[in-house]
Design a protein around this ligand. Structure first.
Ligand code: C2E
Ligand code: SIN
Ligand code: SIN
Ligand code: SIN
Ligand code: FE
Ligand code: FE
Length: 445
């Protein structure tokens, strides 16, 4: 049978979870997944997709992805079905990030350094002939029992190790943990190669976006990337809630989510056109200065108009509309980003653009507005201090129906716990700069 598109359809993935797959089915599934992951451009979403798919193929309870950063391995993404079940269906499991050296002491470090696969039937029963040891810290803290483990290096075409993919606790039909087989080793190698290529591409896109943002904001790059990552993560979370309520299918949801995440990161990219003197002003802006500041919306959109990808369309939509308000008092209104003037047919008094209100404001603009203000209020800015949580939440609630779409504010509050976990995950303190923390800690809020 020929492999390729259509052999194993996406819609069939969920059915496969329950049963063990034949070798042939595994090969087909891996081929299809390799095609699918190449469509994903956002790095975080890609890691999520790679890991959930590879776990499905090998019926593995848990797994992690480490990405190489400089000369260390950074624990970048993790999943664990058992811990997720304990947490309950409406909560998401998050882990802190941390870095480990690329050396022979840890399993992942060994895999990256030796560029070889490691297949361990039981991490507590190693015979002592290997240089690496299993770090039981995570198991102790989370009351998990790691047993079988398959860890594989992700290597690109140039031969560079990009990271390590690790899957844990393969299960048989009855849910009993079993060892990974010899043929699993061969299969996961193929998968790791396509994962490496997709990750490399996503990292290039991410780097490009971060460069655009740091040029635009002229701020500390660490702070900048945290802020945009949070706005992007909150936006995706709100969109997922909206998509569930509106019966959006899984395929459209995952495609839009990926694009929204990158577009939301770029919401303020138009600040590149605003003078540093205004951007970094310590005090309040004068009315004239604020008028100039407002142009960051359509200058941002201008970078993406005239291009035809979904990504460009959504990035333009977000940049243009993220300061519109539900009640029509936001900016810039019905403006054509190319001319900077009113959209024909939407001229108000004196030729000024008419305001946009309610659902005239595109969905992703309404979503990013909430994410952006929530993060702005939670953060120190050159012109203001961070607010405390009660005050922020009161303000978000108060602005429902005036600044914000009331339905989206309901969704925001219904997902607040996850949003708060995302805030922790994407803030400097928890980003693994701590040297003494070398193990995964589930972040349970
Ligand atoms: P930003 O700092 O990212 O803020 C984004 C949005 O969060 C603001 O949009 C506003 O809707 C909300 N926000 C932020 N801080 C506060 C606050 O203390 N109180 C309230 N009620 N809302 C707040 P806005 O106002 O359209 O401002 C857009 C951008 O203009 C801001 O982005 C910031 O870069 C700049 N900006 C606004 N006001 C000032 C200011 O007084 N001084 C300086 N230097 N920059 C300002
Ligand atoms: C995590 O669970 O560690 C990260 C979740 C995400 O980035 O979407
Ligand atoms: C893309 O078109 O997918 C990414 C564009 C960018 O990185 O700016
Ligand atoms: C959409 O379906 O993308 C927009 C609907 C809305 O604006 O609520
Ligand atoms: Fe903005
Ligand atoms: Fe912002």
């Amino acid at each position: 049978m020929a492999f390729g598109q259509g052999v194993v359809k996406r819609a069939q993935y969920p059915r496969l979870q329950a049963s063990m797959l034949s070798e042939q089915e595994k090969i087909q599934l891996i081929t299809q997944i390799s095609l699918d992951i190449n469509e994903v451009k956002d790095l975080d979403i890609l890691l999520e997709k790679i890991l959930s798919n590879v776990r499905k193929v090998f019926n593995a309870d848990a797994g992690s992805i480490y990405l190489k950063r400089g000369d260390t391995l950074r624990f970048s993404y993790s999943q664990n079905d058992t811990l997720q079940k304990k947490l309950g269906p409406n909560k998401k499991l998050f882990f802190n990030t941390f870095s480990i050296p690329i050396d022979h002491h840890s399993i992942s470090g060994f895999v990256a350094k030796n560029r070889s696969i490691v297949n361990i039937p039981d991490v507590y029963q190693m015979d002592g002939s290997q240089p690496y040891t299993f770090d039981a810290h995570f198991d102790e803290i989370s009351e998990y029992r790691t047993r079988s483990m398959l860890a594989v290096p992700m290597i690109n075409h140039q031969g560079d190790v990009l990271g390590v993919m690790q899957i844990i606790n393969a299960k048989d039909e009855n849910g009993q943990v079993i060892a990974f087989s010899k043929s699993d080793e061969m299969l996961i190698k193929h998968f790791a190669t396509s994962a490496a290529l997709a990750i490399e591409r996503a990292q290039m896109t991410r780097d490009l976006i971060l460069r655009m943002i740091s040029m635009a904001e002229l701020r500390d790059p660490e702070e900048t990337s945290d802020h945009v990552n949070r706005v992007a993560a909150y936006s995706v979370e709100i969109y997922e809630g909206w998509a569930k309520r509106h019966g959006i299918g899984q395929e459209q949801l995952s495609r839009k989510r990926d694009i929204l995440r990158m577009a939301a990161m770029l919401h303020d990219v138009g600040k590149i056109a605003v003078s540093d003197l205004i951007l970094k002003k310590q005090g309040k802006l004068t009315p004239t200065e604020f008028e100039i500041m407002k142009s960051h919306t359509y200058y941002g959109a201008r970078l993406f108009v005239g291009k035809h990808s979904d990504f460009d369309a959504i990035a333009a939509e977000v940049a243009l509309n993220h300061h519109e308000k539900w009640d029509g008092t936001g900016y810039p209104g019905h403006i054509d980003p190319v001319t900077g003037k009113a959209t024909p047919g939407f001229e108000g008094p004196g030729g000024k653009p008419l305001p946009k209100k309610g659902k005239e404001i595109p969905l992703f603009g309404r979503i990013v507005a909430i994410a952006d203000v929530f993060d702005a209020l939670s953060s120190n800015r050159c012109y203001k201090k961070a607010w405390d949580e009660d005050r922020i939440l009161a303000e978000m609630e108060r602005q429902s129906g005036s600044h914000f779409d009331p339905e989206l504010i309901d969704i925001f509050f219904s997902r607040l716990e996850t949003i708060k976990s995302l805030a922790k995950r994407y803030s400097g303190d928890h980003n693994g700069t701590s040297q003494n923390q070398q193990f995964a800690l589930p972040l349970l809020s």
